[in-house]
Design a protein around this ligand. Sequence first.
Ligand code: SF4
Length: 279
Amino acid sequence: MIISEITAQRVLNPTSIDLGEFVINPYKGCEFNCVYCYARFTKSVINDPRRWGEYVDARINSPELLEKELLKKKPVRVLLGSTTECFQPAERQYRLTGRILDMLNRNGIYYSILTRSPLIQEYTSVLAQGLCERIYFTVNNYGNDVKRLLEPASPAVYRRLEVILHLQDNGIPVTGYYSPVLPYIFNAREALSELKDIKNIEFEGLNFNLGNIQEVIKSVGSFFPGLCDTYALMRKDLRVYNQVWEEIKSSITEAAREAGRETSIFVHGLDAYFQNKYR
Ligand code: SF4
């Protein structure tokens, strides 16, 4: 892993994600190296000759720059972690996210966070100050073999579950975000049973529009060979695509009803690159 220090030109970037007017990403690159990561296909990453998952650039002036930008842009709500993991191991060294959270708290700015890192637990007292609107904590369990291929360096799922419960117990709004749901591997009853102690759960289907969906399919296919053809057919045939997701939605609705839970799944349109809606 090559970690570099760089100087950012801007910290608050406008976004169409419905969790804030701006996104903040104190790092470029991510040590967790998920194959299905949509950040791999952002312009700045595509134009970067380095391989995703092998570098992290720490934008070391982010906190100072943010202080200035807050005065000019006056945001009300922001989102942290749209194209990187804000609590990846490099954060232990740089503490950029921690300083940014302190600044948002001091300035009365609401924030949401996308994460899958147990390191966030170290910021519990900061997150409990009332400005954190919600943490969407990715947790999924498609088995260790598939995980090794799809998320080779991400934290263990059991640790993520522990930290979600810790945040929940400390009164911090947190949603267990099960993503990606993989057709024909995902089991709604098992998922809901595993997440039974988490009050808020949402699901997101695998995005078949990803630039490297073939690589994702290949990884899944190395354990479930029959699925290569099935996924390929879903990509080609909108009717099949919609039918598969309708079945998955029904299985979640049914399992949730049996468990006395409320939940929802976001399914990407076959031609929509990234349009997540969060509750
Ligand atoms: S943790 Fe998030 S940002 Fe990092 S590689 Fe995985 S999906 Fe991408």
